[in-house]
Design a binder for this molecule. Structure first.
Ligand code: GDP
Ligand code: MG
Length: 619
């Protein structure tokens, strides 16, 4: 008899996934009471400080003779890849809906992902302990959405523990047991996540679909063709707990022994060497598991070490972190002003923020992060003049008519070499109470949104469907939607296509020097306003210097906005007691000379704090 059940908890952000998981861990006695804390599966300090889940987290529970493998998932749209990878490792999903909020944008997005994988859905109304809980209304929303029976919906509270045992029982009853195809099948284990552990090295998080693996087995990855030995295997409790083997249907980890972190990729299939089978034979014999779609990064930024000699360290750190952040894309980049670094692609601004914070905390790096932007598609002019010229596009010799994806403002060619620029658009769903439709629509129209249609969830709430330039979401869009709707609206978006955009490159000059990290691409008709915003924001963000600092925004060499930061007056005479006027005068003279020197030295005289870039964008 098969006594394994694998499931995830999915929901909109803050609907109580991690808190519900806490209660499950308690009921099943998985975590000792004294080690229990709120949202215990949010294992990173960063997650706990911000109160959000960033990483999927598997944990194995034993309950009434069953093995229950739970994967807790994040709710924020920037971490959707974590959700979809978790879903591919399980047979069921507990769909939580907060009884005070009802169905929200990520509820739908995550539900659709689960349905694509044909998972069994267990609908749960959560937070029924709250006075504002509206169980009946939420129940009706869920019935309408899933077409399920009212009796299938479980009412629960992750706070009080009410209904939690019932959820576990429903998981045992309703979620199908893992399929076991044949007893002697070769190993096929899906890598759904990975991690670089200081002591264990490269650890793969796997779901065993066929066969079994034991400590000491030779392992082969079918996609990267990497070979190694399973130095250890075990399960998540949620800490690593060695079991020596994993069998069909189980979720656990393999300590891979890989030296090169890039050999271990999520979506790859782990198999073992059987007798004399060569890896080529193995790859023919064993069909790889389906794996995952590659994610499309939406937001790009340059990441550079503040100290040039930390480049190697940065390279290694990013490679290691990539193991635990599968949606990150990166490639080396050279910048005249910032030296060697990486151009990195993210799913959104929050993803970028979290990534740089993790580099700082987990790898102790001091970084400069450039202003993030979307990628643009540039259609070069198809003139004879350009064809065959030796000028370079994006480091590659351009050919006639080749479109280029530009991920950095620096790479934007001269305007006279550009025929057309296109920018990415997304389809945007906004769920909002009817009362706020007007305010929300105004805001989206302001951001160049194109209205498509409206769907009714019930009499009080709607889904507005829009199309919108991705760049609009890279500002304070989310905050503005929240304030336009008194916090009630939620959004979800997905890339649809590139469409024409009238944009220009804007340089930002600090003390007359163009600061490469601050260059950005803006709409031509917004350049003036954006330029003003940025120099004003910089004025607040930059520390005062010993001299006056000019701040300018310029487009194609023409200054369109300017500010200045007054000089700091350091009273060099403060230390001098008494009235020796001539000494005082001498010192002031000296200070004046000092000022001149720093102004003349120009480059690098103004230190720009590493975190102002993301802040600037958020205004
Ligand atoms: P997640 O983002 O879905 O993982 O949500 P969390 O588990 O982090 O919970 C979000 C917030 O809701 C936290 O402040 C929890 O304390 C609170 N919360 C979660 N479940 C309940 C519940 O059943 N009742 C009440 N009153 N609060 C809850
Ligand atoms: Mg959570």
């Amino acid at each position: 008899m098969n006594k394994i059940r694998n499931f995830c908890i999915i929901a909109h952000i803050d609907h109580g996934k991690s808190t519900l998981a806490d209660r499950m861990l308690e009921i099943t006695g998985t975590i000792e009471k004294r080690k229990m804390k709120d949202q215990v599966l949010d294992r990173m300090d960063l997650e706990r400080e911000r109160g959000i889940t960033i990483k999927l987290q598997p944990v194995r529970m034993d309950y009434q003779g069953y093995i229950l493998n739970l994967i807790d998932t994040p709710g924020h749209v920037d971490f959707t890849y974590e959700v979809s990878r978790s879903l591919a490792a399980v047979e069921g999903a507990v769909l939580l809906v907060d009884a005070t909020q009802g169905i929200q944008a990520q509820t739908l997005a995550n539900l659709y992902l689960a349905l694509e994988q044909n998972l069994t859905i267990i609908p749960v109304i959560n937070k029924i302990d709250l006075p504002a809980a509206n169980v009946l209304k939420t129940k009706n929303e869920i019935i309408k959405l899933l077409g399920c029976q009212a009796e299938e919906i479980i009412c629960a509270s992750g706070k009080t523990g009410q209904g939690v045992a019932e959820i576990l029982e429903a998981v045992i009853e309703r979620v199908p047991e893992p399929k076991i195809i044949t007893d002697n099948a070769p190993l096929r284990a899906l890598i759904f996540d990975s991690n670089y552990d200081e002591y264990r090295g490269v650890v793969a998080y796997v779901r065993i679909f066929d066969g079994q693996i034991k400590k000491g087995d030779k392992i082969n990855l079918l996609a990267t063709k990497a070979k190694s030995e399973a130095l250890d295997v075990g399960v998540f409790k949620p800490d690593y707990m060695s079991t020596g083997k994993l069998e069909t249907g189980e979720i656990g980890y393999i300590v891979t022994g890989f030296k090169d972190v890039s050999e271990c990729r999520v979506g790859d299939t782990v198999s073992t060497e059987r007798g004399s089978t060569s890896i080529r034979q193995l790859a023919e014999e064993v069909e790889p598991l389906r794996g995952y779609n590659q994610v499309k990064p939406m937001v790009f930024a340059g990441i550079f070490p503040r100290e040039g000699n930390e480049f190697q360290e940065l390279r290694e750190s990013i490679a290691k972190l990539k193991l635990n952040d599968a949606s990150l894309m990166y490639e080396p980049e050279h910048s005249e002003a910032l030296g060697l670094g990486f151009r990195c692609g993210f799913l959104g601004l929050l993803h970028l923020e979290i990534f740089q914070e993790r580099l700082k905390r987990e790898y102790n790096l001091d970084l400069i992060v450039t202003i993030p932007s979307v990628a643009y598609m540039v259609h070069p002019v198809k003139s004879r003049h350009v064809v065959g010229s030796r000028s370079e596009f994006n480091g590659v010799n351009k050919k006639n008519g080749d479109n280029l994806i530009i991920r950095s403002p620096q790479k934007l060619p001269d305007p006279n070499e550009i025929e057309k620029i296109e920018e990415p658009w997304v389809s945007l769903d906004i769920i909002t109470p009817k009362d706020f439709i007007g305010a929300v629509m105004n805001l989206v129209q302001d951001k160049r949104g194109i209205y498509k249609n409206t769907e009714y969830i019930d009499e009080t709430r709607v889904i507005l469907h829009y199309q919108l330039p991705m760049a609009a979401i890279l500002t304070d869009f989310y905050d503005k939607i929240k304030s336009a709707s008194s916090g009630y609206a939620s959004i979800n978006y997905e890339f649809i296509a590139y469409r024409p955009a009238d944009v220009v490159k804007m340089d930002i000059l600090v003390a007359e020097d163009a600061v490469e990290a601050l260059a950005n691409i803006v709409y031509r008709d917004e350049a003036f306003r954006r330029g003003k915003e940025i120099v004003e924001a910089l004025k607040e963000a930059l520390p005062k210097q010993m001299f006056v600092v000019k701040l300018q925004a310029s487009v194609y060499g023409k200054v369109i906005a300017a500010e200045r930061i007054a000089a700091m007056r350091k009273d060099v005479t403060a230390k001098l007691y008494g009235g020796d006027v001539s000494r005082k005068r001498k010192l002031l003279e000296k200070q004046k000379k000092g000022k001149k020197k720093m102004m003349a030295s120009g480059k690098g005289s103004v230190e720009i704090p590493g975190d102002v870039f993301v802040k600037l964008l958020k205004r």
